[in-house]
Design a protein around this ligand. Structure first.
Ligand code: MN
Length: 424
């Protein structure tokens, strides 16, 4: 068996060297062609492999699964096959696409059904997300927010280095990249006012995040250990946790985020498997004080994933406003999942757990406008000459991410959405 991550692998499908989707990636998504029903696919270069058609062609016989799982409008039944079968599926596709395998390469008649150009398909939300949790695991982000909103000398709250802080968010307003939304309205209390006011948010922000998707369920009462956590994680996406800072500042005490967050969130359409990301493991943050035993982990568990955010004004040129990296996370995914389940909380296939805003240590690497403009006190200048404290109507915010090593680039595609004016 070949290793699907092997950097020397090449496909008979031409893949641009800057593509996010070389043969070593093979991420999973749900796509729709005009006039057809949604189905599961795997991306390669500018193309998508139609898994439902590949199944009908007989390529997946050795999986011994009901082949209708590829004809749903979400990946839950595919991911629900379990990690081993998903791994086999990625392996089968990798072999089918290898430059020296004639099986599909030399069959243009079958290719017509199984391979579609990505420009001819619409990407849908990849999973039906049952539950969504957002962590708060970047130490630079938590420190920046603590400095701005609380005490510059004691920015981190006493629990922060002992547990990965999180809140439960709203799953049903998570949309796939390209789905635009209206500026949220709400209640806020300007600093100089003595009564709250109502209106469209004046401080709409992005949060640069990633999220992981659960691939294996647990029963209530069960806990996932840090060493077993990878077996429960299918893969990762980019995530924008849109936030209305003025609404948030007024509502968040004592129970945390609510209407400042639940109006919309955006994820990228392709789920990058944890397997494809394995070559990019790096050492984690040095955690001090030492964590409780259930949060211990060994080995290199962080990931070197370069992340960036671009603001594209309605009529201006795009500007990259920040460059960060997933490796700045203080808490690893394994620790987040161990903590999430330590009380016996069950998890289900398709549950999504987001990283929290990923800020780096320098001002150019902060993961939100609130940090980049230091709560609006230092507006950002965009390439078209305009300034931003927060996000304007008509702005498109695009998150991109990729890992790169040994000439292989494992990318995430795009996570983007445009802010429309508030509804009347
Ligand atoms: Mn967040």
């Amino acid at each position: 068996m070949i290793n699907p991550n092997d950097p020397t692998l090449k496909s008979w499908i031409a893949v641009d060297k800057d593509s996010d989707f070389p043969i070593q990636n093979l991420p999973f998504g749900i796509f729709k062609r005009e006039g057809k029903l949604p189905r599961a696919g795997i991306a390669i270069g500018d193309y998508v492999v139609d898994l439902a058609e590949a199944a009908l062609t007989g390529y997946f016989r050795e999986l011994h699964v009901n082949l209708q799982i590829f004809e749903h409008n979400h990946l839950n039944p595919v991911i629900g096959m379990g990690k081993e079968k998903c791994r086999m599926l990625r392996q089968i596709i990798s072999e089918l696409l290898r430059h020296d395998n004639p099986e599909l390469r030399d069959r243009p008649d079958i290719q017509k059904r199984v391979i579609h150009h990505r420009s001819s398909v619409e990407m849908l939300l990849p999973v039906r997300i049952g539950d969504y949790t957002d962590f708060y695991s970047s130490i630079d982000h938590a420190t920046n927010i603590g400095k701005m909103l609380r005490d510059p000398d004691n920015a981190l709250l006493p629990n922060w280095k002992h547990l990965p802080v999180a809140y439960h968010g709203r799953a049903s307003s998570i949309c796939v990249s390209g789905h635009n939304f209206h500026r949220p309205k709400g209640q806020m209390k300007p600093p100089d006012a003595d009564q709250p006011v109502f209106g469209p948010t004046k401080a709409l922000d992005f949060e640069l995040e990633t999220a992981f998707i659960i691939g294996t369920p647990t029963q209530m009462g069960d806990s996932v250990t840090t060493s077993a956590a990878d077996q429960f994680i299918f893969g990762m996406v980019l995530f924008n946790d849109w936030s209305a800072r003025d609404i948030q500042a007024w509502e968040y005490v004592p129970l945390g985020p609510f209407l400042a967050k639940n109006f919309a969130s955006t994820i990228s359409p392709w789920i990058i498997t944890l397997d494809a990301l394995e070559p990019f493991r790096v050492e984690g943050y040095t955690q001090s004080p030492a964590v409780l035993p259930y949060l211990h982990y060994t080995g290199n568990r962080n990931l070197d994933i370069q992340l960036e955010v671009i603001i594209q004004p309605e009529k201006g040129e795009p500007t990259c406003v920040t460059r960060s990296n997933y490796r700045y996370m203080y808490w690893t995914m394994e620790q987040q999942l161990a903590h999430h389940t330590v009380n016996g909380c069950n998890i289900q296939v398709g549950d999504m757990m987001a990283s929290g805003t990923i800020s780096g240590p320098t001002p150019e690497s902060f993961g939100s406008m609130m940090e980049l403009t230091w709560r609006g006190s230092k507006p950002l200048k965009l390439k078209d000459g305009s300034e931003r404290k927060y996000i304007d109507n008509g702005d498109t915010v695009i998150i991109r991410g990729h890992a790169e090593k040994n000439g292989v680039r494992i990318g995430f595609g795009e996570c983007k959405a445009t802010v429309l004016p508030a509804k009347n």
